[in-house]
Design a protein around this ligand. Structure first.
Ligand code: FMN
Length: 395
């Protein structure tokens, strides 16, 4: 915690007084805390309390500070943002992308990890709207420290009581440690499909969306790495704060990958590279004749094998999308292509491609194996990087 910069958002719930106690703990542990309060939070605790504890200005409005865009500066300078307590109202605004005060605007502009500690009446917490809003925010990368069962302000027992200070501190420590893990490291990631044109309007491709590589790039950037994402054609948006190199064909990806993986500390190859391309490309649209058409395919360069040959001291992780004998085939690929680790996913069923859930297993060496479980791709990206960082420390 020593030297960590923490953006502490306080919204208008009864538990706002606990934010003052936490601020005191954080300051005693050497953190620099910038407190931003909603106007409703000021009804529960005064800014003076936080200003006295932090010996720093406390921010309550987009408009009353002398600087022009305080929401951007505050959130950019911090290592992590924590909202405690997070009201049902604030959670709903964040899920909808509303930015009508300093706290919501800053959180929307954040590139740093964001943690929410919700606290509210049990019925508000169990309401379908709050549940859906929290699920939306988790899927977008927010972490939550879920409330506990206990005595609530309404003199009832139930779920909704702010998580205990120890759990909040652990979540902060975990996030800060992750954030430091890749600081100063260069990470190269390939993602998405490639397209191999047959004529100006038709091409050979596959169903990859690029979501896995995009989430890995986002997570690696959050952990402090400088990230280059080589991205094939996809409708998904690449994350902010990452250098994006757009590619279309396997040959373009091959050139980009060799350039950006050279000297990278970590390369992760998630792209679904087309193994073949039409041997010939027509400059004009091939006309329908009613007859069968035979298209000869030529092999594409093997991007992953070449990255393996040129690897040097960097750590190289491949991906295998298999429909059968997953782990056996993936281990063969791991050895044949000189990878340090390989993540295997099963694309036979509904999982694998697209932005939904996935199941991953990471393999390394002769017997190394870790199940990363079934989860959304944001969560899996964090688990994969946790495992890879451990392997990099041991290698
Ligand atoms: C006495 C009192 C206690 C409240 N406690 C909570 C609470 O614990 N959690 C919550 O989500 N809302 C609580 N509310 C409702 C919020 O204050 C209200 O939704 C407000 O608009 C939140 O504003 P903010 O999210 O901008 O801070 C409480 C309201 C009152 C009057």
């Amino acid at each position: 915690m020593n030297g960590a910069r923490i953006f502490l958002g306080v919204s208008g719930g009864i538990a706002a007084y606990k934010a003052a106690a936490l601020t005191s703990t954080l300051v005693q542990r050497g953190a620099l805390v910038d407190v931003v309060m909603t106007s409703e939070a000021e009804r529960f605790v005064t800014p003076l309390t936080f200003a006295s504890l932090t010996a720093r200005p406390v921010y309550t409005s987009l408009w009353d500070t002398p600087e022009r865009i305080p929401h951007i500066r505050l959130i950019r300078e911090a290592d992590v943002a924590l909202v405690l307590p997070a009201t049902a109202n604030l959670i709903a605004k964040l899920a909808a992308g509303i930015a009508d005060d300093l706290l919501t605007a800053a959180l929307l502009a954040a590139r740093i990890p964001r943690i929410l500690a919700p606290a509210m009446n049990e019925t508000m917490y169990e309401d379908a709207a709050t549940k859906a809003n929290l699920a939306t925010l988790r899927a977008r990368g927010y972490e939550t420290v879920d409330p506990e069962r206990g005595f609530l302000a309404e003199r009832e027992f139930g779920v909704g009581r702010l998580a205990g200070e120890e759990r909040i501190l652990q979540a902060l420590e975990r996030t800060l440690a992750r954030r430091r893990a890749l600081r100063g490291k260069r990470v190269a990631i390939t993602a998405g499909p490639t397209r191999e044109a047959f004529d100006p309007v038709r091409f050979l491709s596959n169903a990859s969306s690029g979501a896995t590589g995009i989430e890995l790039a986002r997570e690696a950037a959050l952990r402090g790495a400088s990230v280059t994402l080589m991205l094939g054609p996809t409708l998904l948006e690449p994350p902010a704060g990452v250098d994006v190199v757009r590619v279309t064909t396997a040959s373009e990806l091959y050139d980009a990958a060799l350039e950006h993986a050279a000297g990278a500390d970590l390369t992760i190859a998630t792209a679904a590279v087309s193994d073949w391309r039409p041997a010939e490309r027509s400059d004009s649209k091939v006309k329908k004749s009613g007859e069968a058409l035979t298209v000869a395919l030529a092999p594409n360069p093997d991007v992953l094998a070449e990255l393996g040959r040129r690897k040097g001291s960097g750590f190289l992780v491949g991906f295998a999308a298999e429909t059968d004998h997953h782990e056996k085939r993936a281990r063969e690929k791991l050895r044949a292509k000189h990878l340090d680790a390989i993540a295997v996913n099963d694309v036979a069923g509904e999982r694998g491609f697209g932005p939904g859930h996935n199941a991953l297993v990471l393999l390394w060496g002769d017997e190394g194996r870790r199940e990363l479980g079934v989860a959304d791709k944001t969560t899996l990206a964090a688990r994969l990087l946790d495992a890879v960082e451990e392997l990099m420390r041991c290698s």
